[in-house]
Each structure stands twice: as structure tokens, then as C-alpha cells.
Design a protein around this ligand. Structure first.
Ligand code: 3PG
Length: 241
């Protein structure tokens, strides 16, 4: 069930007093729903722009419609533009957004959401200014608290396995569940542990690079990548129906 307080989507039962922070969330509810339906988000490091469209077609065709193209390579903005243009059924976000300029470039390229490995209030503010739904990274209670105060309803938990995995998220939820916070764990998430994460209701989706192995990408083995995507989509379907 979805409730609103002062026009903002919040956890049912939340009051304005409980929020006690800026009544604006960087991740709108419809984006959370889209991410949640996908369940698993391929984290993509693309070296050549021409790989973008066949890669996106393989992933979306396999059943994973939401893609995170990281800004770790020069090809990222053009890759996002190409996917937006030629694979309209894909929902493309930009990852590894470390400064305001990267946020602006991601938005200009057509990214519909942004992700970062860490929490930086200036980057969150830039995403807000660009109206780009944004998930900053957190790995501690203090960072989560700051992200919530900055108006972020959903956070990336990174590096998930190294920072305590499902157990850490469950412990954080003990204190923070009432805020309505949602998580996207990434980092060390793989087919053999992704189900443990997705079983937690507050975990909207998981990100991972395992869906795009470097050798398969370099070889243009789209069938292999499509198969990995289909296997991941089957895990989501089994757990979430
Ligand atoms: C990220 O880019 O978000 C993480 O490095 C992905 O981690 P993984 O390679 O363990 O999936």
C-alpha cells in the first residue's frame, strides 16, 4: 500500500513529524516500482559505443529491462544515448556518478536514474537539480542517516557482501525501517546469493556485473549474455512471481 504525506510517497503510517527532514525524495515511487519489477540490474562497464545496442538487446531480451551503464568509461554517455534511441523498451540509468558534472552528463545523455557508490551531498543536490532519480551509495548507519536527510528514499548498499551483506541490511532496517528506506545492494552479489537479498521486502533490486562478463562482451557473445540475463530473470520470477 502506498501512502502520501504532504504529497510525498512514504511508508504507510509515516507522519510529517516522523519524516523530520526535507519532504522530497530523490527516488520517486514509480522508479522504485520499475526497479523492483526488474529485480536484478546489470551493472555495465562498456568500452566501445557500438557494443551498447546489441548488449542492451541481449539483456532486455533475456528479461532484464533495467540497465545501469557506469560512467567509468568514456563510452558511457554515447552508450546511453544509443540505447535510448534504439532499444526504447530498456530503462537506462547511469552508474558511478561521482560529481555534479557527471550527473549533468548522465541526464543529458538520457539516463532516467543515477547511482553512485558513495554518498556525497553535492552529487545528490545536482541530481535533484537535474530532476534525475538518484540512489547514493551507503555502507554504514551514519551514511544512511545522511542520505535520508538529503531526501534519498532509496540507497545503494555498497559494497554489499564486503560491508556485511544481508545481515547488515537487516540490522540497519531494525533502526531505519520506519523511514520507508529501500535498498539496492551491489558488490559481490551473484546468482548463488541474490535470492537471499531479494527475499528481504525492503530490498527493491540487486545490481551486479556478473551479467556482462568481460570476455563475453569483448567477443560480442550476445547469446551468452542473453542466457545469463534469462537465468537471472528466472530467479526474480521464482522469488517474486
Ligand atoms: C558496482 O559497480 O556497483 C560493483 O562494482 C558491482 O560489483 P560486482 O562486480 O561484485 O557485481
Amino acid at each position: 500500500m502506498i501512502a502520501t504525506v504532504a504529497g510525498v510517497y512514504v511508508a504507510p503510517g509515516t507522519t510529517v513529524g516522523q519524516l523530520n527532514r526535507e519532504l522530497w525524495y530523490n527516488t520517486p515511487m514509480d522508479m522504485i516500482e520499475t526497479l523492483g519489477k526488474a529485480g536484478i540490474i546489470p551493472v555495465i562497464v562498456i568500452e566501445r559505443e557500438e557494443q551498447a545496442v546489441p548488449l542492451a538487446k541481449a539483456l532486455v531480451g533475456g528479461g532484464l529491462p533495467v540497465l545501469e551503464v557506469t560512467f567509468r568509461t568514456a563510452a558511457a554517455p554515447a552508450a546511453i544515448e544509443a540505447i535510448r534511441r534504439e532499444v526504447p523498451e530498456a530503462v537506462v540509468g547511469a552508474g558511478t556518478l561521482l560529481d555534479e558534472n557527471m550527473v549533468r552528463r548522465a541526464k543529458a545523455a538520457g539516463a532516467v536514474f543515477g547511482v553512485a557508490p558513495g554518498f556525497d551531498p553535492a552529487v545528490v543536490a545536482a541530481a535533484k537539480a537535474e530532476n534525475l532519480p538518484f540512489c547514493p551509495g551507503i555502507a554504514t548507519a551514519s551514511e544512511l542517516s545522511q542520505a535520508l536527510t538529503a531526501g534519498c528514499r532509496m540507497v545503494k548498499f555498497f559494497p554489499a557482501e564486503a560491508a556485511g551483506g544481508v545481515k547488515m541490511i537487516k540490522n540497519l532496517l531494525g533502526a531505519f525501517r520506519f523511514t520507508g528506506v529501500k535498498f539496492m545492494p551491489t558488490g559481490g552479489v551473484k546468482p548463488d546469493n541474490v535470492g537471499d537479498y531479494l527475499a528481504v521486502p525492503e530490498i527493491v533490486c540487486c545490481g551486479g556485473t556478473w551479467l556482462v562478463p568481460k570476455d563475453a562482451l569483448a567477443a560480442g557473445d550476445w547469446a551468452a549474455i542473453g542466457k545469463l540475463a534469462a537465468e537471472a530473470a528466472a530467479i526474480v520470477a521464482r522469488l517474486r512471481g
